[in-house]
Design a protein around this ligand. Structure first.
Ligand code: SF4
Length: 435
């Protein structure tokens, strides 16, 4: 099939050509591209239907699923034998394709043991001067969700780890990591209310530990924590870069937390992160130093073997850490911004991320269907049972119906959630000596 714009004889570019952008055309398997033009010519597919077919074809190629094209070809064969106008046949064919795509998307993903060969960008550092407010509410917080009132410091922009699901893939030039030169001065502007308690993260716009103490970031953050004992500072990471933490005095109100997933997910969707073994070894070394740790099973994936894999992962964490060392554990699922999907399709050609039965949340994001998330959470909470009452457990970015379903209750508002969270976390800090 020619990549030139074909015309219908009236010198108008065909709908099939116009429905897919140049990048998509370059990525589509040639057989799918040929089929696309046939769907317009013989089955009068509309512009929107052609566009959807192109997207579905890209997805199936990324998932390693040829079935949609084969299904289309057999659907075409059957349609050609049946009666009716091209548009009627096309409508039936489109419905069949949609059903086939939905079925492929809904099934649990099967990951290869060998990680896929994505083209990943290298990264470079630039220096930047922080401007404006760097202290704010968690960017994912929502009034429509049951949220914990985490505050964040926006310090480093971007991340080098290339997790396929990460929103930073969309927000920044992937290759450029902007590290501040004036953090100390900007932290001095952050005025916390002495009577209030805070939990403050730095891992929402980048990884908290990957850069180590570049430009004195960690030193400045530790000084900030020392000056604000009513705040717990959370350094969240998927790295094993703990050298600076081990070599320096860390205030008792600084904790290090790790996002964890089974190794098969790390290999396939968290491309440049530390392996599970290295993350857990790093967490153990930090806990041995007396620094509090925490774990985020977030985002959890629905894949072949998920049940046993998450149970084994959580059992390993429970066997490796004592409850008094662990400030909190969170559970969460993939949440994608609308509009993320098409960029993602063009970037990650071997990811199964979009192979999911989806639901749009009340705040307009794409996530797993309720019943899938519920299964994932129930399984994880069952595995976390030994820590019930001794390690604070919560759902992140979830809504009241899910809390009610799997936790048996829901905090009525952010302030109550925040209080319960802080009661648990600060009590643990008080019960241990300053590291
Ligand atoms: S529950 Fe999750 S999304 Fe909501 S404020 Fe806390 S960390 Fe942010």
């Amino acid at each position: 099939m020619t990549p030139e714009a074909p015309t219908d004889g009236s010198l108008q570019p065909s709908k099939a050509f116009a429905a897919v952008d140049a990048e998509t055309r370059a990525l589509l398997p040639p057989q799918d591209l040929a089929l696309l033009f046939r769907l317009e010519k013989d089955f009068a597919f509309s512009f929107q239907q052609l566009r959807l077919f192109a997207r579905w074809s890209l997805d199936c190629a990324a998932w390693g699923e040829p079935a949609l094209r084969l299904g289309a070809e057999s659907g075409i064969a059957a349609s050609l034998l049946s009666q009716g106008q091209p548009r009627q046949k096309g409508e039936r064919l489109f419905q069949a394709l949609q059903a086939a795509y939905d079925a492929l998307a809904s099934k649990a993903k099967t990951y290869p043991a060998e990680s896929p060969k994505e083209t990943l960008p290298s990264h470079k550092f630039v220096e930047k001067e922080l401007k404006g407010r760097i202290f704010r509410l968690c960017p994912a917080a929502s009034e429509k969700a049951v949220c914990c009132n985490l505050k964040v410091l926006n310090i480093v922009d971007n991340c080098a780890m290339a997790c396929s699901y990460c929103v930073l893939q969309n927000h920044y030039d992937e290759a450029v990591i902007a590290v501040p030169t004036n953090l100390k001065a900007k932290l001095a502007e952050v005025q916390l209310v002495p009577e209030k308690r805070y939990r403050i993260g730095t891992g929402e716009y980048s990884d908290s530990l990957l850069w180590g103490n570049k430009n004195d970031i960690l030193r400045d953050l530790c000084d900030f924590a020392l000056a604000n004992p009513n705040a717990i500072l959370e350094l969240k990471t998927k790295s094993a870069n703990i050298g600076w933490i081990l070599e320096n005095d860390i205030p008792a109100n600084v904790c290090c937390t790790w996002s964890l997933n089974p190794q098969i997910i790390i290999s396939n969707e968290e491309h440049k992160t530390a392996s599970l073994d290295r993350r857990l070894d790093a967490a153990r070394a930090v806990a041995d130093k007396g620094v509090k740790v925490g774990f985020h099973f977030h985002p959890m994936f629905y894949f072949d073997g998920w049940e046993a894999e998450y149970q084994a992962l959580i059992a390993r964490v429970i066997a490796t850490f004592r409850p008094e060392e662990v400030l909190w554990v969170s559970l969460g699922c993939i949440t994608l911004l609308k509009g993320f999907a098409q960029d993602f399709r063009l970037k990650f050609r071997h990811s199964k991320l979009l192979q999911m039965e989806t639901e749009i949340t009340q705040d307009g994001k794409i996530t797993y269907a309720f019943h899938v998330r519920e299964k994932l959470y129930r399984n994880a909470l069952q595995a976390l049972e030994p820590w019930k009452g001794s390690v604070f457990q919560y759902l992140c970015m979830e809504h009241k119906p899910m809390w009610d379903a799997v936790m048996g209750f829901a905090y009525p508002n952010m302030a109550v959630f925040d209080d319960a969270f802080n009661d648990s976390a600060f009590a643990k800090l008080r019960s241990s000596p300053v590291a």
